[in-house]
Design a protein around this ligand. Structure first.
Ligand code: GDP
Ligand code: IMO
Ligand code: MG
Length: 434
């Protein structure tokens, strides 16, 4: 059985929590896209784990956790993360890294920073982890892969060639002084030494993870694909150019995880009961008032990777309908219902108004999206503490009413509701109807 879990909004939907919960029944958990731009939180037994590239199944002993072919790996940052995970007493024996994963190099970090600076007010607001530049090299077919990293002679040659090219690129694009100021970060011997030491540590985890997934599925085991980022950050289907450089939609697991589409049995979307976004780009339901501040504080909406305050707004059902469609969702998990507790009125966007016409499908281009004004439906809020709810009937009628409306509007069954950050603060449901 293969289950795909994808973010249904702009990331940070609480994927880490849901994956950790579902990983209790999984034999293999696979990240297939993105890198340490992701920040996935798992709260268990009073401890908070912040994972960036290590799959969120790692807390279970014996679960195989794969960093798949489409991921980009910053080896130095990965080792730091592995040490943090290990310091909490968690075993890393189950970790596997695909030979095909591309390596984030120091020049990718430099180029990410300089490109954002050069864009000025038009910057994307990237995480500055070198993700975009690393995927650029992959597309240009000059990248360094995990296989190269763990073969010292291949790595030394590729590094030398890459540094010569990147010097020309950085000087040409950003000027002589931009390069000179960062030259120490791009020194051949220094990078060779630190990356070779990292390779020595990581090579024991090398694997063809596509084979692991295939064989696990063939032998009746459970495989979970762990989405990173979210549908609207997808390079093709997101709010381009304010997107990441990979494919966080469920189809991305096929292309970047090496699994054929017919082998995926379930596609589950993960969303919050409102909307957030980090970085730049259009966001129709964004709130700039005290309600937005209330949601940010109540939901602790600050980035796990960069610490940036997240932009907050009402739930956008145009976005969720889009996520249902482009991910082929068979179910949706809705997190952070508890964050809305205390609001007298809750709103959900049911469509967009463009020049007097109501649009229900998410626009293909941000220039159209920028013309959109949300059309809202209003709901009564609730004030009861719901953080201990264990089943649907523990929720106030107003909360059930809100969930039932969401399900009807998006045409996809709610299969889990989150009422707090802890692993235990979610409960399964088999749809919500009234
Ligand atoms: P991810 O990137 O999708 O894994 O999400 P993040 O970890 O970046 O952000 C989600 C945040 O919400 C984390 O701080 C989680 O601990 C927290 N969280 C997840 N589910 C719930 C929930 O149902 N209620 C509350 N209050 N917090 C939650
Ligand atoms: P998780 O997995 C939220 C955003 C960045 C920026 C854009 C491009 O935790 O949900 P990048 O560094 O990828 O080139 O940045 O994408 N972004 C995320 N936003 N959650 C994430 O991951 C994100 N990963 C990237 O803020 O707007
Ligand atoms: Mg996150």
């Amino acid at each position: 059985m293969i289950t795909a879990l994808a973010g249904a909004q702009w990331g940070d939907e609480g994927k880490g929590k849901i994956i950790d919960i579902m990983a209790a029944e999984a034999d293999v958990v696979v990240r297939a896209t993105g890198g340490n731009n992701a920040g996935h939180t798992v709260v268990s037994g009073g401890k908070t784990y912040k994972l960036h590239l290590v799959p969120s199944g790692i807390l279970y002993d014996g679960t195989i956790c794969c960093i798949g072919p489409g991921c980009v790996v910053d080896p130095l940052s990965l080792i730091k993360e592995m040490d943090e995970v290990n310091a909490n007493g968690t075993s890393l024996n189950g970790l596997r890294i695909d030979y095909r994963a591309h390596i984030v190099m120091p020049y990718h970090l430099v180029i990410d920073e300089l490109s954002e600076l050069a864009k000025g007010a038009g910057d994307i607001g990237t995480t500055k982890k070198g993700i975009g530049p690393c995927y650029m090299d992959k597309a240009e077919r000059v990248g360094i892969r995990f296989y190269d990293l763990i073969h010292p002679e291949l790595f030394a040659d590729k590094l030398r060639a890459a540094l010569e090219n990147k010097k020309k690129y950085i000087v040409g694009m950003f000027g002589e002084s931009a390069y000179a100021e960062r030259a120490a970060l791009l020194d051949y011997d220094t990078i060779l030494a630190s990356y070779t030491a990292a390779a020595d540590r990581l090579k024991q985890y090398a694997a063809d993870t596509a084979v692991i997934v295939y064989e696990a599925n063939e032998s009746g085991k459970n495989v979970l694909f762990e989405g990173a980022q979210g549908t609207l950050l997808d390079l093709d289907m997101g709010t381009y150019p304010y997107v990441t450089s990979s494919h966080p939609v469920t189809g991305g697991f096929c292309v970047s995880g090496g699994v054929g589409p017919t082998l995926i049995n379930r596609c589950i979307g993960i969303a919050k009961c409102y909307t957030t976004r980090v970085g730049k780009g259009p966001f129709p339901t964004e709130l700039f008032d005290e309600t937005g501040d209330f949601i940010r504080e109540a939901g602790a909406e600050y980035g796990v990777t960069t610490g940036r305050a997240r932009r907050c707004g009402w739930l956008d059902l145009v976005i969720l309908r889009y996520a249902v469609r482009v991910n082929g969702l068979t179910g949706i998990a809705l997190n952070k219902l508890d964050t809305l507790t205390g609001l007298k009125e809750i709103k959900a966007c049911v469509g967009y108004d463009i020049d007097g016409k109501t649009v229900r499908d998410f626009p293909a281009d941000i220039h159209e999206l920028e013309k959109c004004t949300p059309v809202y439906k209003s709901f009564a809020g609730w004030s009861e503490d719901i953080t201990k709810a264990e089943k649907l009937s523990d929720l106030p009628a107003a909360a059930i009413n809100y969930l039932a409306f969401i399900q009807k509007e998006i045409g996809c069954k709610i299969m889990l509701v989150g009422v707090g950050p802890d692993r235990k603060q979610s409960f399964p449901v088999d749809g919500v109807e009234i």
